[in-house]
Design a protein around this ligand. Structure first.
Ligand code: ADP
Length: 400
């Protein structure tokens, strides 16, 4: 029985989940938010108890110290070595990292070099890696969001801009949400024959669609950054890049500011001018709020378009998976997408199953030509599994 911590670091936050491995039982979970503020919030949940503290936390090192203090105080661990490994969700692994790796100073250096490709994400991983290293010598593992998509072929990842920019700067489609897509494609196998063709719709605040053949990613909707693909909570998804310079010129602002708008003020929020939260928008939709309706209709259309594209790319589809906060929780939003594709793909959905679905479930009828499966994603479990495997190998080899 080994304790593994899965960490998801943000610029001012870090979320954690502690697993007992290999049993996969969750021992504790929590988060530290508003790091760098006077009123940072530390929450830990364990043994059906929840503890919340509001206190100043200056930086990520202090956050990690506080995290360990809570583990000691609550007797979750009695010394640092009770933690077998710490696994980090890393957004951008570039072309170098095709699978999860032991997180050491070499990986740290590579992540520094990759920072121009992921300026919003990679620096937080580096800071939290350093913080854990300063506090303890627990082995750390990096689990890359891009790694699962390394099987995408060149004709699916090259952009039609001068080739020299691909060579010079690595401008290409990388794809993200890879840990989620990997988990979901493995779970989906339980319902399908070998060598299946799957389209995964990970629909949350950030959303991406992936085409999977024989367990491998063939195409995915996010690109050079997680800004593009389908319409998201606050991100625009695919738009004509000329809009960027047009808006910068006419709004008399910088292209950086416009990019910020495309990340934070666009998508469902931008169109509805109401909310980026899918639940709020559903309520407004039901009250015939015009822009909420337009936002949801466009959102569903953008997903249906990718499903159509990937149906062709895969040469058919055996199953479509719905996951992410919206995909796994909302019969309404699933139905919105399915209504746009059901005739072309001969999908028959069981409305009762769709409405009653709480966890993992097939919601299509046996007659449906394509299985529709709802599967809650679990990126943290995937991180814990990779970490457990890599650290076990490290220790086994050392003892050898
Ligand atoms: P993130 O990309 O931040 O991980 P999540 O996967 O947690 O996002 O998804 C957040 C989205 O899921 C929000 O838009 C939220 O409104 C939506 N959501 C969560 N539960 C429901 C629900 N029961 N019905 C509709 N939408 C939901």
């Amino acid at each position: 029985m080994k304790k593994i911590v899965a960490v998801n670091a943000g610029s001012s936050s870090f979320k954690f989940k502690i697993f007992d491995m290999p049993s996969e039982i969750i021992i504790a979970s929590g988060q530290i938010e508003k790091i760098g503020h006077e009123d940072s919030v530390f929450t830990i949940v364990f043994n059906a108890k929840s503890i919340k503290k509001i206190l100043p936390i200056n930086n990520h090192k202090q956050a990690v110290e506080l995290f360990f203090d809570a583990l000691f105080e609550n007797k979750i661990i009695s010394n640092y070595n009770d933690i077998f490994g710490v696994g980090h969700r890393v957004a951008q692994g570039g072309i170098e990292f095709k699978k999860s790796e032991l997180f050491d100073d070499y990986v740290k250096q590579k992540l520094i070099e990759l920072t121009p490709l992921a300026p919003l994400h990679n620096p937080s991983n580096i800071i939290v890696y350093d913080a854990f290293k300063q506090v303890s010598n627990i082995p750390q593992v990096a689990v890359f969001d891009t790694a699962f998509h390394h099987t995408i072929k060149k004709e699916d990842y090259i952009y039609a801009i001068p080739y020299k920019y691909y060579k010079k700067y690595g401008i290409r489609r990388y794809g993200f949400h890879g840990t989620s897509h990997r988990y979901l494609s493995q779970r989906a196998n339980d319902y399908l024959k070998k060598d299946s063709k799957i389209i995964i719709c990970h629909l949350g605040s950030g959303s991406s669609i992936a085409a999977i053949k024989n367990g491998k990613s063939v195409a995915t909707s996010m690109g050079f950054t997680p800004l593009v693909g389908v319409i998201m909570g606050t991100r625009s998804g695919d738009i004509d890049p000329s809009i960027l310079t047009f808006l910068a010129e006419h709004e008399k602002t910088s292209t950086d500011k416009i990019i910020d708008i495309l990340y934070k003020e666009s998508g469902l929020l931008g169109i509805s001018e109401l909310s980026n939260d899918a639940r709020d928008l559903q309520l407004a939709y039901e009250e015939s709020h015009k822009k909420a309706r337009l936002a949801i209709d466009l959102w569903a259309r953008s997903i249906a378009n990718y499903i159509g594209q990937y149906f062709i790319r895969l040469g058919g589809v055996d199953a479509i998976i719905f996951s992410g906060g919206i995909g796994e929780n909302s019969p309404f939003y699933r139905k919105k997408v399915i209504n746009l594709i059901k005739n072309s793909l001969q999908i028959e959905i069981d409305d009762t199953l769709n409405e009653s679905c709480q966890k993992e479930k097939v919601i299509s009828t046996p007659k449906s030509k394509v299985k529709i499966i709802v599967i809650p994603t679990d990126e943290e479990l995937m991180i814990a599994k990779d970490t457990y495997q890599i650290v076990s190998k490290l220790i086994y080899n050392h003892n050898d």
